[in-house]
Design a protein around this ligand. Structure first.
Ligand code: ARG
Length: 567
């Protein structure tokens, strides 16, 4: 409806300016003010109280003034009601303009060129190497990727960066543990699980044998100085871990443009530490170097430990500078749990104090905690649910349902993967990202209710109707019934939902929109015969199925979901 809003705004602007030429309203600003009224009050509404102050007039007077001699293409009639202007859109506009565009553009029908010529970096997923990749990473991984898809869809050039936690003293411990108790075969075979076991064993043994800690520190120092054997081991641990993450990324259709983790910045921090010192921002506090942020009501940002070693914020500052130089980003987004909000607020402030004028383009995107079925279930690695296990169990359950309900379905395994994975992603992303959520697996996997399987099933339903129909010529009639109209009006919202999701960094906007499309489509499907209808009615209804398929297909891919043609 963006185009129509703009058109109405342009049409009423002269009347507004005629009341007060100095009021400062523009067509763009007015186009942002529209609301969607309840069904019997028209199709779009303009709340006139927003003009009252500037025009020194009551909303009802403004409303009636604006409707004098108003005629807009595509608008059937305008009514004034309690300070609102309610516009009724012509059926013909909905079919010949809105639906026709959705049909012509296919999966691109929700695109705008918002991001044309701009680059966005997304730092997401970013697990810590040799540690479990668990459900705590679900948020950063799927919110991050969905935001990448949304930005790309609107023309931004995007780079997904996996800022791996691949550096620190823990690698000294792992090297010691591996040399003492590990075997190449076990690590190759069991991957991260084995690395975690070695790490756990290290800590257990170190309780008895205090010398182990010193040994580990020494091995890490050797690693920092480029010792070849240690570097080879470290690199292998990183590769083993990435190999495992990639299995999950593949399920979700995620590919990263860069796996430059924390280690990548080891030689890039001195420059920043020197700059901090030159600018007089560093203070020594009990031997450590810090930036005092009391003035900004935050605890100090730690830059160097007593022994001179760098910290998490130091690496983030160096990484941001590197990224600005390398990619010249418009925005750099960091998707992490809300637990890291202070960390980001602190170093963003430090970057600003350092004089980096682009510091205000760094955006932290926090999300809440997640538990599954009321608890963080115990698993084979201890007390966390691994992301891969979560997806595997969802896929296995979906496979069971398919075997029971539709055993002759082609590509059963692929469909089970798409639906099982999608169920988790959809269920997770349906929540406002900042909320702490408890995930009930069984609910998410249900084909009924507001779930991923239901959304994919609706897409498959539209697809199968179209497949059965074969070729048809799209028809856009001048008159349509209420169910057809409700569906087109919802399809027409796609672009603005995409923009809203980007503006708030909130993929849940798309999830809720998908549910609206599904519900309108399913009502239409139940109320209006499609393939059994005749002539133009049949062709038009098939056109609606096609439009729905375009919008749903595109919207599902924006939230990292596949849309199988058959389920
Ligand atoms: N590795 C960190 C963790 O698992 C997340 C990194 C987020 N990105 C960043 N640039 N700090 O908590």
């Amino acid at each position: 409806m963006i185009a129509l809003k703009t058109k109405i705004a342009e049409s009423i602007l002269p009347a507004i300016l005629s009341i007060n030429a100095e009021c400062g309203f523009t067509a763009e600003a007015i186009a942002e003010m529209f609301e969607y009224p309840p069904a019997d009050k028209g199709d779009i509404a303009l709340p006139c109280f927003k003009f009252s102050k500037a025009l020194r007039m009551g909303p009802p007077q403004i409303a009636s003034k604006l409707t004098e001699n108003l005629a807009i293409d595509g608008i059937e009639k305008v009514e004034t009601a309690g300070g609102y202007l309610n516009f009724y859109v012509k059926d013909e506009y909905l079919t010949k303009t809105v639906l026709a565009e959705i049909l012509a553009k296919g999966k691109d029908c929700g695109k705008t060129d918002l991001g044309h010529g701009k680059t966005v970096l997304l730092d997401y997923s970013s697990p810590n190497v040799a540690k479990p990749f668990h459900i705590g990473h679900l948020g950063t991984t799927v919110i991050g990727h969905s935001l990448k898809m949304l930005h790309e869809y609107c023309g931004y050039k995007c780079f997904g960066i996996n800022h791996l936690g691949d550096w620190g003293t823990q690698f000294g411990k792992l090297i010691v543990a591996y040399r003492r108790w590990g075997s190449r075969e076990a690590v190759e075979e069991k991957g991260i699980e084995e690395l975690v076991a070695l790490y756990v064993r290290f800590h257990k043994e170190a309780e008895e044998d205090k010398a182990l800690e010193d040994l580990a520190r020494a091995e890490f120092t050797k690693l920092e100085h480029g010792d070849e054997d240690n570097l080879a081991l470290w690199k292998w641990f990183v590769d083993i871990s990435i190999r495992e993450y990639k299995k999950t990324y593949e399920l979700l259709g995620i590919e990263f443009d860069s796996y430059c983790g924390e280690s990548f910045y080891t030689d890039k921090m001195d420059e920043q530490v020197n700059l901090l010192r030159d600018k007089g921002l560093l203070k020594i506090d009990e031997g450590a170097s810090i930036v005092d942020l009391e003035e900004y009501k935050m605890p100090p940002c730690l830059i160097l430990k007593k022994d001179g070693s760098t910290l998490y914020p130091t690496r983030d500052i160096a990484a941001a500078v590197y990224r600005k130089r390398t990619y010249d980003f418009e925005k750099c987004l960091y998707v992490t749990s809300a637990g890291q909000s202070l960390h980001f607020a602190q170093w963003f402030k430090v970057a600003e104090l350092m004089g980096y004028d682009w510091a205000n383009r760094l955006v932290h995107i926090p999300y809440g905690t997640v538990s599954i079925n009321g608890a963080k279930l115990a698993t084979r690695t201890g007390n966390v649910v691994l992301l891969a296990d979560l997806f595997d169990s969802a896929i296995a359950k979906v496979k069971e349902i398919i075997e029971e309900k539709n055993p002759t379905l082609p590509d059963k395994d692929e469909v089970a993967k798409a639906v099982g994975t999608g169920a988790i992603v959809f269920g997770y992303l349906s929540n406002n990202r900042i909320k702490d959520i408890n995930f009930i697996l069984e609910n998410a996997l249900s084909f009924e209710g507001d779930t991923g399987p239901y959304a994919q099933y609706t897409y498959a339903r539209a697809s199968s109707i179209l497949e059965k129909a074969g070729d048809f010529t799209p028809v856009t009639p001048a008159q349509i019934n209420e169910h057809e109209k409700a569906l087109i009006k919802t399809l027409a919202l796609f672009k603005e939902k995409v923009l809203a999701a980007i503006a708030d960094y909130e993929p849940s906007v798309i999830v809720h929109y998908i549910l609206d499309v599904c519900s309108d489509f399913n009502r239409f499907y139940h109320e209006c015969p499609i393939n059994s209808a005749e002539g133009d009615t049949r062709s038009f209804r098939l056109s609606l199925c096609k439009g729905t398929q375009n919008v749903l297909g595109a919207a599902l891919s924006l939230i990292c979901m596949k849309a199988p043609e058959k389920i």
